[in-house]
Design a protein around this ligand. Structure first.
Ligand code: GUN
Length: 293
């Protein structure tokens, strides 16, 4: 057990701070500009979790002065209709960001990569377009993927060192693992990316200074798997049998061994939304040729 109290990386508090700062900036900019930032959201089908996420994103938009434009599409939407809608939004000057909520319904899932490429790179506030991923790789994180960006922002807010640290990421997706790897490399960490084919996950977990995990399995990270003083970033979202929201980390047991840890809920969820708001504001500034402060 560590001798100090672990730092709770309070994503909810930091997200509120980021959102409030954006709200103030938007209010000031609107003294001179005729239109607010605009974020278009597209949700295909009726996935319950996705509905909740999109409604939280829209609510945050409205709270801080971003215009939210929502398009709800039927589960059996024709892919051509989705393509046409995105092209329309790409050409709409009142839209700064386009968010197509993932995952798509099963029958349309094969189109996800194509649709990510169809969103215009200057409106790619999710950071999913290969352009944004490439920019992130060469150190321009303007349209960095929102959850990884939220992780880095939390570490920086709490002055947790990154330079030279051994970082182990358990996730290799285009949305979390890959962009997060680049963000840590951009800050001179030593990064190991683990996944379901990793031969000896415990070897890596046990030597990590920072663990970022998102695998969708409750209690995946237990105290025996981590070293004393580790920093934990938990991007997992799971429901217990009782319906409680939990991450991938056995929070109560692991927190006593950690230097710092994100809770679920109240960690990376709110940070992901705050980074989406920030990306939308950056996009707006880019579209209107404004400096961002
Ligand atoms: N599904 C889960 N998280 C996200 C996200 O950040 N963006 C989009 N578009 N879909 C998601």
């Amino acid at each position: 057990m560590v001798s100090h109290i672990p730092i709770l990386l309070d994503g909810k508090a930091l997200a509120n701070k980021v959102n409030l700062a954006l709200k103030q900036k938007i209010r000031l900019v609107l003294e001179k500009q005729s239109r607010p930032p605009g974020l278009a959201t597209i949700l295909i089908g009726n996935d319950e979790a996705s509905q909740v996420y999109v409604s939280m994103k829209r609510k945050t938009c409205e709270n801080i002065g971003i215009k939210s434009i929502h398009h709800q599409l039927d589960e059996n939407t024709n892919i051509d209709d989705l393509r046409d809608l995105i092209k329309l939004l790409n050409d709409d000057p009142s839209v700064d960001g386009i968010l197509v909520q993932m995952p798509f319904p099963a029958d349309l899932r094969k189109y996800e990569p194509e649709i990510m490429r169809l969103v215009h790179p200057t409106k790619d506030v999710d950071g999913f377009h290969p352009n944004s991923i490439g920019e992130n790789t060469v150190g321009n994180e303007t349209f960095g993927s929102c959850t990884p960006k939220g992780m880095i922002r939390l570490l920086e807010e709490y002055d947790i060192p990154i330079d030279g640290q051994e970082v182990v990421i358990v996730n290799r997706t285009n949305v979390i693992g890959k962009p997060l790897t680049m963000m840590f490399m951009n800050r001179s960490a030593t990064v190991t990316v683990c996944h379901s084919h990793t031969r000896d996950l415990d070897f890596h977990l046990n030597r990590a200074d920072i663990i970022a995990v998102g695998v969708g399995r409750q209690n995946f990270i237990t105290p025996e798997r981590v070293k004393e003083g580790v920093v934990i970033l938990d991007a997992g979202i799971n429901r217990t049998a009782e319906g409680k929201l939990v991450g991938d980390v056995d929070f109560d047991a692991v927190k006593d061994k950690s230097k710092a840890i994100t809770p679920v809920p109240g960690g990376l969820g709110p940070m992901t939304i705050a980074m989406l708001m920030e990306n939308t504001y950056l996009s707006y500034c880019g579209h209107l040729n404004l400096t961002n402060n």
